[in-house]
Design a protein around this ligand. Structure first.
Ligand SMILES: [Zn+2]
Length: 172
């Protein structure tokens, strides 16, 4: 529960009783003493894509916080009713203008989106099948860049891990 206070309901969203804490499944969870509602706190799932042109990687410059102005693989959160593969294709299109076909499940990474949102990101390799390279949605810029010649700092540790692994694999 450490670091989650900001995300814990103070009052039950169903009956407005003040929430308490109770052991549930070995974890202290926010529980409503009035109606029994349990607030499950889970990481937010998202998807990202790795698109290459030869050995250059598609990166986007973040338009908004957190880590505004830094660079990342095209990534975004899953919508409630979305399949994770659809999320990956949708985010690619929204942020880069590229229509992609997913070719491989590449990595699943846990991390924390600053300041304190636990996330799980599913990264796919993908190839371009259409569209036109153009920054959109929450991307300020988009481009393809050589390993070791990124246009700026990479925003998130999970993305740095994925890029490091990819560089290693492509160089062998
Ligand atoms: Zn309640």
């Amino acid at each position: 529960m450490t670091g989650t206070n900001r995300h814990v309901f103070r009052y039950c969203p169903h009956c407005q009783s003040e929430m308490g804490l109770r052991q549930n499944g070995g974890v202290d969870r926010p529980v409503c003493p009035g109606c029994g509602f349990v607030q499950y706190l889970n990481p937010a799932p998202g998807a990202g894509v790795i698109v290459l042109r030869d050995r250059r990687v598609c990166l986007v410059k973040r338009k908004f916080e957190p880590r505004k102005g830094l660079w990342s693989l095209p990534t975004g959160f899953m919508e409630w009713d979305e399949d994770v593969q659809l999320t990956a294709r949708r985010e690619a299109l929204e942020e880069t203008g590229l229509e992609v076909r997913l070719t491989e499940l590449y990595a699943v990474e846990s991390g924390v989106l600053p300041p304190d949102i636990p996330v799980l990101v599913v990264f796919y390799r993908a190839v371009e099948v259409g569209g036109e390279l153009q920054a959109g949605d929450d991307a300020a810029e988009v481009g393809f860049f050589e390993f070791g010649q990124w246009p700026g700092p990479i925003a998130f540790a999970a993305h740095r891990r994925v890029l490091a692994r990819l560089e290693k694999e492509l160089s062998t």
